[in-house]
Design a protein around this ligand. Structure first.
Ligand code: BGC
Length: 336
């Protein structure tokens, strides 16, 4: 009897699909992150762990998430993704470093007959169409840019002088951008200005610069702009909260008390704190927990091969979360 049990146990371990605790399946999900020190991505990674725990309890399965950090190198990420596929992981999740590399990753997953979900960094639709088990989980970049514009245009409508401080009937701004080639940098930058112009606000771009989503890089850029433009800057528009916070750091360091309006996107804990303290005019909530749940639930369904009809996929490929506006008025709904 004992020997029979030992053999059964060994078989289970070898096939990798069952745990010793009475036939509970162990599903393995390999997750490639573009860089783990990115604030939003690290929040998402924590939320993914929480989402996996919830599924384990609900479904009585083991759902093991294994993370790899590409440290912003596509070469390293390709190796990490290939290793997951070679080891027979059930699903591959990729936060791709360079969006143009998505096609080859999708092809690799297809050759291994492994479902692949890209998240946060969006490939072109054509790439997703290369494989019936390729999906994207994220949020609509244009929507976030439009809402960020609305934060400013609502304020302008309510109290024009609070933004147009020199009273020239125009808004002078500086723009802090995320990494080049990311849909959220390119599209947010475009749509925030589009919204302002649709709201009838005339704008002057004093400066724009890439700060790669990073607080320190943004602070360095802002310090230079403050030397150059001083209090001509009426608004700081950042593609994310970390860069908005970097701008605030530079304003603090320069000892500027009459501050321009600062807006961001994400609603990270530090971003929400800055909104509460009225150091930021507002932010646009990018639902890290919701997207993490979406990606993990979809991964689980694909790993189980249980059908994905219950997910509302746009065009059969995209699982998207809504963005929402956060101001000092409603910020408490977003803080724990
Ligand atoms: C977030 C940024 C983040 C980036 C990483 C964006 O959606 O708003 O904070 O740095 O994704 O890819």
């Amino acid at each position: 009897m004992k020997r029979l049990l030992a053999v059964a146990l060994m078989l289970c371990l070898c096939t990798g699909c069952a745990a010793p605790n009475g036939g509970v399946r162990n599903l393995r999900v390999g997750i490639c992150l573009y860089r783990q020190d990115d604030t939003f991505i690290s929040l998402m990674a924590e939320d993914m762990q929480r989402a996996a725990k919830a599924i384990e309890q609900e479904k009585n399965v083991r759902l093991t998430l294994t993370f790899r950090d590409a440290q912003y190198s596509q070469t390293l990420q390709n190796e990490q993704a290939s290793a997951f596929l070679e080891k027979g992981y059930d699903v591959l999740l990729v936060n791709v470093v360079d969006r143009t590399a998505a096609a080859s990753l999708i092809d690799k997953a297809k050759n291994a007959n492994t479902p692949i979900i890209l998240f946060n960094r969006e490939p072109v639709e054509e790439d997703l169409r290369r494989y019936d088990k390729a999906y994207y989980v994220g949020a609509d970049a244009a929507e976030s840019g439009t809402l960020e514009g609305q934060l400013l245009s609502d304020q302008y409508a309510a109290d024009p002088a609070s933004l147009d401080r020199n009273g020239d009937g125009r808004l002078q701004y500086v723009m802090l951008e995320g990494d080049q080639g990311h849909q959220d940098s390119v599209i947010r930058t475009e749509y925030v200005i589009k919204q302002l112009s649709e709201a009838g606000i005339k704008t002057d771009k004093l400066a724009t610069g890439i700060a790669n989503w990073q607080r320190v890089q943004a602070s360095t850029k802002m310090a230079l702009w403050l030397e150059q433009y001083g209090d001509r800057i009426e608004a700081v528009i950042a593609n994310n909260d970390d860069m908005a916070l970097g701008a605030l750091d530079a304003l603090d360091a320069a000892g500027i008390t009459r501050r321009p309006a600062v807006v961001g996107i994400d609603g990270t804990p530090a971003g929400l704190e800055a909104v509460t303290a009225r150091r930021m005019l507002g932010t646009v909530y990018n639902d890290a927990a919701g997207q993490a749940r979406n990606v993990v639930r979809l991964a689980y369904a694909l790993a189980q091969d249980e059908g994905i009809d219950r997910f509302t996929l746009r065009d059969g490929k995209y699982l998207m979360s809504p963005y929402t506006i956060v101001t000092p008025i409603n910020v408490s709904q977003y803080t724990p």
